[in-house]
Write a protein that binds this ligand. Structure first.
Ligand code: BEZ
Length: 254
């Protein structure tokens, strides 16, 4: 089984704040109206949940990480620990919103079925996630470093980065009308060294080796990535690809 990702609020603040900073276009695509009931799926520490609340929405956040939910609650938001592949809601929301979370859920059909259940007929599912080819350079450097140690990275890889066709077909199969879906590269400047990114986001690969071995693994991956992802001044940019979509639940019940 792939080791679950854990989130440290301090590390997240230092190395991952850009995730919510770059999430406003998804909020705009959602076009939330005051009074709408919205589920924020994979709400993290609640920064975007708070923006939806500030726009007058009646918003509930869910996240699999108790530490992130505690952070969101500390902002005064209604958030619960929940597994996105087993959402516990039925016909309660006008819209489900998700930013940078769905690629951590490797059973997309279970996620989409749960989103459909959570929505009212005609409700919206608006999201952005990592898409096909996301962090391909980083993923392949991790795979190579693990292979050099006789390990198969596929057994540690926590990410699901679908193509637009793949995700659109799944949405349609689960009774959604896809209104827009687009895959686009978004090279993402990192706030610090790529090692900080790896420690924050790639923990599931790092735990493949002992804690003693980890600094050597990180140094090797960093060396492999530097020619492609660092500039002459030492600033790092990750090769993100995003999949952004808006879909509407059919009117048929259940
Ligand atoms: C993201 O949060 O968008 C992300 C996280 C890990 C790998 C790639 C993308």
């Amino acid at each position: 089984m792939i080791a679950p990702q854990t989130w440290s609020p301090e590390r997240y603040e230092k190395h991952a704040r850009f995730v919510s900073d770059l999430g406003m276009p998804v909020v705009e695509l959602l076009a939330p109206r005051p009074g709408e009931r919205i589920l924020d799926l994979g709400c993290g520490d609640g920064v975007l949940t708070g923006k939806l609340a500030a726009l007058g929405c009646d918003v509930v956040g869910v996240d699999a990480s108790p530490a992130q939910v505690a952070g969101a609650r500390a902002r005064g938001l209604a958030c619960e620990v929940a597994d996105g592949e087993r959402l516990p809601f039925a016909g309660e929301f006008d819209a489900v919103f998700s930013n940078a979370a769905l690629h951590w859920m490797r059973r997309p059909d279970a996620v989409i079925a749960g989103v459909r259940r959570a929505l009212e007929p005609g409700g919206r599912f608006v999201a952005e996630m990592g898409g096909h080819g996301c962090v391909a350079t980083i993923r392949s450097a991790l795979a190579q470093a693990l292979a050099a140690r006789g390990l198969d990275a596929a057994a540690y890889d926590p990410w699901f980065f679908p193509t637009a066709d793949d995700y659109a077909a799944r949405l349609a199969r689960h009774g959604f009308r896809v209104e827009s879906i687009v895959l686009f590269p978004r090279p993402t400047p990192l706030p610090g060294d790529v090692v900080g990114w790896l420690e924050t986001f790639a923990e599931s690969f790092l735990v493949a080796v002992s804690t003693d071995e980890r600094p050597a693994l990180l140094a090797e991956v960093r060396d492999a990535l530097r020619p492609t992802l660092a500039d002459a001044a030492g600033a790092w940019t990750a090769d993100y690809v995003r999949l952004r979509f808006a879909a509407r639940r059919d009117e048929v019940t259940p």
